[in-house]
Design a protein around this ligand. Structure first.
Ligand SMILES: Cc1ncc(COP(=O)(O)O)c(C=O)c1O
Length: 378
């Protein structure tokens, strides 16, 4: 047991070395470290939200709809409109953020878990917390998943739950539906599941893996309202899957886990969804502009399909550059990949502040291009 835990505490041995997940929450003028949408809700949406919530207040003495049917139907409508699918509420389940979705999946299904890293670090963390083994397959030098890495995943027979994050956090890279289909087909005979984490899917032009579910019932697609929907504070994630998968998830969910206030807020947000696509388009355009300017400084930004950029090529260590940016009021994310930092795309003014600070720090000291494979933290 780690010396930080008192001996009288019956903490599980496998947890004693872990630390709680979380990016630093530092009050600074420019916060570009948690991939939030920088645009707050429109006045129109705020008043729709207040209406829904005041309706809800009249019955707050009662438990919420345990199955969140109205919300799941609204999500189905929104998904079908965006992806040309015909899913219904039986193929969708909603929870407090997609982290709860991931945890519920890992609680419900047997076997170890596997992911292609670097990727979202909650996948291994939650796997460990629920007592599962975790296999990490390193991505290639451009942070993509190659055919040979897919083959490795397929042959890791103890892993029944394979995570594919696309676009991937923290690298922004996407994985094709062909590769996802290949994994899903190959692991079906060992009762394997592919969990496609599409938290940033709305920022990409690639088709969603939702379209695979009909032909491949072992594909689960996890999505969130935290990013493109600009709803991180409300905590709403959802999964689209075969109805039997959704039914199985109900075995481990807590009763009344999704508050009536959350359900009401999400319903209001979905009803005003069309106003959000403008902001998503603005963020996509800004991403390309920021990438260009980072590259013009002699640094290297990785091609991204998400609302953030991973960049490298600076002389300082990532810790040092992170600190220097923070000293100038700009908070970015050190994702634990040596020589790399991740910046979320913000408003025009925030992006300008970041780029000016980056230029000021790196200019005069020069920069170098890093073509070598970075050291990867598991
Ligand atoms: C890839 C990925 N999946 C899931 C999440 C969790 O999102 P939330 O719990 O806010 O829905 C995040 C958050 O940053 C993420 O990057």
């Amino acid at each position: 047991m780690s010396p930080n835990w008192p001996s009288w505490l019956p903490l599980r041995g496998d947890l004693s070395e872990l630390s709680p997940y979380g990016a630093p929450q530092i009050e600074v003028p420019v916060r570009l470290n948690t991939n939030e949408n920088p645009y707050n809700l429109s006045d129109d949406l705020q008043s729709a939200l207040l209406d829904e919530i005041s309706r809800c207040l009249k019955v707050l003495n009662r438990y919420p709809d345990r199955d969140a049917i109205a919300l799941r139907e609204a999500l189905a409508g929104s998904i079908n409109a965006s992806h040309g699918t015909d899913v219904d509420s039986a193929s969708i389940w909603a929870a407090n953020g997609s982290n709860e979705i991931i945890q519920t999946i890992l609680l419900a299904f047997e076997g170890g878990a596997l992911g292609f890293e670097p990727s979202y670090s909650m996948h291994p963390l939650i796997s460990k917390v629920v007592g599962k083994s975790w296999i990490s397959i390193p991505r290639d030098k451009n942070f993509e998943i190659s055919e040979s890495q897919i083959e490795k995943a397929i042959s890791a027979t103890e892993s029944k739950i394979i995570f594919i994050t696309t676009p991937n956090n923290p690298t922004g890279t996407s994985t094709s539906l062909e590769l996802i289909t290949k994994v899903a087909t190959a692991i079906a005979s060992r009762q394997g599941l592919v969990v496609v984490d599409e938290a940033y899917g709305e920022f990409s032009k690639n088709p969603s893996a939702i379209t695979l579910i009909k032909g491949h019932p072992n594909v689960l697609v996890s999505k969130t309202m935290s990013k493109a929907f600009a709803f991180a504070g409300a905590r709403l994630g959802y999964v689209i899957a075969d109805p039997k998968v959704i039914e199985a998830l109900q075995l481990v969910r807590l009763p009344y886990h999704l508050s009536a206030l959350t359900q009401a807020a999400a319903l209001a947000a979905i009803s005003k969804q069309s106003s959000l696509s403008k902001d998503v388009e603005r963020l996509r355009e800004a991403r390309e502009e920021v990438a260009k300017e980072i590259n013009s400084m002699g640094l290297q930004s990785y091609p991204s399909e998400a609302n953030f950029l991973l960049f490298s090529g600076f002389i300082d260590s990532s810790v040092k550059l992170w600190e220097e940016l923070l000293n100038r009021g700009v908070l970015v994310r050190d994702v634990g990949i040596a020589g790399h930092l991740r910046v979320t795309i913000g408003t025009r003014a925030e992006n300008r502040a970041f780029l000016d600070a980056l230029r000021e720090i790196t200019q005069g000291r020069g920069s170098r291009r890093e073509d070598n494979h970075p050291e990867v933290r598991g």
